[in-house]
Design a protein around this ligand. Structure first.
Ligand code: PRP
Ligand code: MN
Ligand code: MG
Length: 185
């Protein structure tokens, strides 16, 4: 098996850029949520890397919980249906929720989650998403803490996968076309 770096076509967002954006948003969130006892909800699996760095950069104490959601199968296209693989352990009633996501593509995952948390009685629900692909949006979602806008390319790394692999890359990259073989976008 080749070194993972040999399968990268090009890097799209460097680790320095990732770090800068996460720290910028963490400073803003630390101000905005100072008196709110926020519950940070990370959307597994993709948001794991972002969550860790983001919460370490906060200057206020927060509670962290996880929800595992899936709408992509093994390919690069959304199935359009959000599946709950694992639910939160916390009760969100009356809580100020900050969702942490790695990427917004069609918007279906976030739109579903924001609605669901409000339905469960959250006092407020806001979103920090490291990456955003506005050109692919199908459902509108309001993002209070936006990260980088990226073009319509399938990206991996820093938590993002292709067919469950490449989440462990340290930065955001596009794979060589040969890696996506068998599927044509
Ligand atoms: C990916 C990504 C977001 C979502 C964005 O998750 O991590 O959660 O898709 O796409 P959308 O805006 O079109 O809904 P995925 O379903 O691949 O699960 P994963 O996080 O476990 O990889
Ligand atoms: Mn995800
Ligand atoms: Mg995925």
């Amino acid at each position: 098996i080749a070194d993972v770096k040999e399968e990268i076509d090009h890097e799209l967002v460097s680790r320095a850029q990732i770090d800068a954006k996460i720290h910028e948003m963490a400073a803003q969130v630390s101000q905005d949520y100072r008196d709110k006892n926020p519950l940070v909800v990370a959307v597994l699996k993709g948001a794991v890397n972002t969550l860790v760095e983001f919460t370490e950069a906060l200057s206020i104490p927060v509670q962290i919980d996880f929800m595992s959601l899936s709408s992509y199968g093994s390919g690069t296209e959304s199935t359009g249906t959000v599946t709950v693989r694992q639910d939160l352990s916390a009760d969100v009633r009356g809580r100020h929720i900050l969702i942490v996501e790695d990427i917004i593509d069609s918007g279906r995952t976030l739109a579903w989650l924001v609605d669901e948390l409000k339905r469960r009685g959250a006092a407020s629900v806001e979103v920090f998403a490291l990456l955003n692909k506005p050109s692919r949006r199908e459902v509108d979602v309001e993002v209070k803490y936006p990260g980088y806008e990226i073009p319509d390319e399938f990206v991996v790394g820093f938590g993002l996968d292709y067919d469950e692999r490449y989440r462990n890359l340290e930065s955001i990259a596009v794979l060589k076309p040969s890696v996506y073989q068998g599927e044509q976008a």
